[in-house]
Ligand binder design. Structure first.
Ligand code: C2E
Ligand code: MG
Ligand code: MG
Ligand code: MG
Length: 284
């Protein structure tokens, strides 16, 4: 799938992965330049409720390389995780997301959802950094959702549990991203502080006629309802998928059907035209 999306840049990256060290060193230099020359941008994609009002926007990083063109985060984030550069990238993302929060708030958007890498959780200063960022920008933690994948839970789970508990105590919401695709045990749902499960796009695709996907998604919806937590269906693209999910009481959705990830200015225009914002319904 990534092959189709990434085009030339993907080929270059996958080639580099095959070639091993030397090109990986080159890529590190590329990412280093991207950080220093501010080649990154943060796009935002709405998460909507059943009335199609925006309850949150997810921040998604974009990299437009001056020579190589668009490089997908699905390709460079894993590389940056290996090289350790994910920390610098994540610092930039957090800073920018917090910086953009004021404008999003003006638009009436109650929450911002930010992707975090497992690598960040393995650093001692992780919680202090988030605390400092929200304090600097006078943001209430309740306005921020921390998205993590299940894989964060696989390693050193006591330490992770403690960190998540701290974050939740501070008021942040915790979302498990790409739910159902990771390697963690379901048992974590019994003990970990989790507010939101994001049902991975692979289960949402063709949900209206793929009975296995439908069964899995309905199972997750029943489970979240019993647990008293929220579910977001990711990657809703078609009317039929939307309709099916709505019929099965999926309250929250995200996908190209509603809105693609946009730069902040474009998102602001879109919101002003549509005026669909759930001011008093944060994603928590
Ligand atoms: P994710 O967090 O699961 O983000 C959702 C991905 O699905 C995004 O891809 C989004 O553009 C895409 N998407 C949304 N709706 C649809 C749809 O209807 N159809 C299809 N086909 N795709 C849809 P994107 O932006 O390429 O990001 C890919 C992954 O890269 C993200 O998956 C996340 O894991 C990672 N990522 C993106 N930004 C960041 C970031 O700032 N920090 C970290 N650590 N990871 C990030
Ligand atoms: Mg995400
Ligand atoms: Mg996801
Ligand atoms: Mg995903």
């Amino acid at each position: 799938e990534a092959k189709h999306r990434g085009g030339g840049a993907w080929q270059w990256f996958s080639h580099a992965m095959d070639e091993g060290m030397q090109l990986q060193v080159e890529m590190r230099a590329f990412i280093h330049d991207a950080i220093n020359q501010q080649q990154f941008e943060l796009f935002y994609q709405p998460i909507i409720n059943q009335k199609e009002e925006i309850v949150a926007v997810e921040a998604l990083i974009r990299w437009q390389h001056p020579q190589r063109g668009f490089i997908s985060p699905a390709e460079f984030i894993p590389l940056a995780e290996r090289s350790g550069q994910i920390i610098a990238i994540s610092d930039w993302v957090l800073e920018r997301a917090c910086g953009d929060r004021a404008r999003l708030k003006e638009l009436g958007i109650p929450t911002i959802s930010v992707n975090f890498s497992p690598i960040q959780f393995y650093r001692d200063d992780f919680i202090d950094k988030i605390k400092a960022a929200v304090e600097n920008f006078a943001i209430k933690p309740g306005e921020i959702v921390i998205e993590i994948t299940e894989n964060v839970l696989v390693r050193d789970s006591e330490q992770i549990q403690w960190q998540l508990e701290q974050l939740q105590e501070l008021g942040f919401s915790i979302a498990i991203d790409d739910f159902g695709t990771g390697f963690a045990s379901l048992r974590y749902l019994g003990t970990l502080p989790v507010n939101i499960l994001k049902i991975d796009r692979s289960f949402v695709q063709n949900i209206d006629h793929n009975q296995r996907n439908a069964a899995i998604a309905r199972g997750v919806l029943a489970m979240t309802s019993e647990l008293g937590i929220k579910a977001v269906a990711e990657g809703v693209e078609t009317d039929a998928e939307h309709e099916y999910l709505r019929k099965h009481d999926c309250a929250l959705m995200q996908g190209f059907k509603f809105c693609k990830p946009q730069p902040l200015d474009k998102l602001a225009d879109w919101v002003k035209e549509q005026k669909k914002v759930a001011r008093k319904e944060p994603l928590k």
